[in-house]
Write a protein that binds this ligand. Sequence first.
Ligand SMILES: *Cc1c(COP(=O)(O)O)cnc(C)c1O
Length: 328
Amino acid sequence: MIGTPDPKPAIALPSFSDVQTAARRLRDVAHRTPVMTSRIADDRTGASLFFKCENLQRAGAFKFRGAYNAVKALSPADRARGVVAFSSGNHAQAIALAGRIEGVRTVIVMPEDAPPSKVEATRAYGGEIVMYDRYADDREAIAGRLAAEQGLVTIPSYDHVDVIAGQGTAALELIEDAGPLDALFVCLGGGGLLSGSALAAQALSPGCRVYGVEPEAGNDGQRSFRAGEIVRIAVPVSIADGALTTHLGHRTFPVIRDLVTDILTVSDAALVDTMRFILERLKMVAEPTGCLAAAAALADLVPISGLRVGIIVSGGNIDSRALGRLLA
Ligand SMILES: *Cc1c(COP(=O)(O)O)cnc(C)c1O
């Protein structure tokens, strides 16, 4: 537990030891993704930048870490029943793949407008897909009904101790491989990756400033951070389709409130510029959401000159047509 106790019923919060447990579970299953550097990025910022390439993770995003850790942590009875997840894409693929590896049935509730490549990949990993309308239906209610009717265990994409702990292993590896950091930039949707990363950074690189980065249009995290309580917004419109969340979680918010330095925002135009930069300079494909952290670091939103700076490139799932359209 961290921070001041909540006046409401106590809720279990993740700790760094949960991140370490996740790292052990993931050791031979997840890729230890590379950490890349770029002379051009360093020259541009005056900093030493270390890019943790989770776009090269299994199923194309860091989400595999949390999903696999949560599936692996299930009791034998829960494993036998199966899991349900709701996701606009990367968590869906990650849960489906984790289920396939562990022999656990997975049902995925996905929005009808999810990128087709993500729907196809989820199906290919063996996930059973249930579609809903992002702007009309309540996906949590749909997942809840499926869970009740079929006895499935819900694994949410961020507000879950084992999911947060699994996501934290990306920053753990980054700090192990790159050494201590002065600052760490992490993209922010519901806050699973950011809260897990903050736990890892606090334990392994004390004093490291941790910044969450959101799309400008969906700045609920920034507003929540400044207000000191969870602020809910309407479904935002942004090309960062992995960060279209409307609120932080009851488990992610307290960790973010206590351990994160600030929340920054970047525009869709800056995301496109950063996708191009990562493609041309790092020779990698990153999806728009995957570029949030790098976009903030490259945009000089906070002073980083002279610092050792970690950046998590969170995912690379974008089909070639969408990529071409955005970069044209
Ligand atoms: C899910 C996702 C995010 C946001 O992660 P949260 O844990 O919800 O904050 C960022 N980038 C990518 C590529 C994602 O799939």
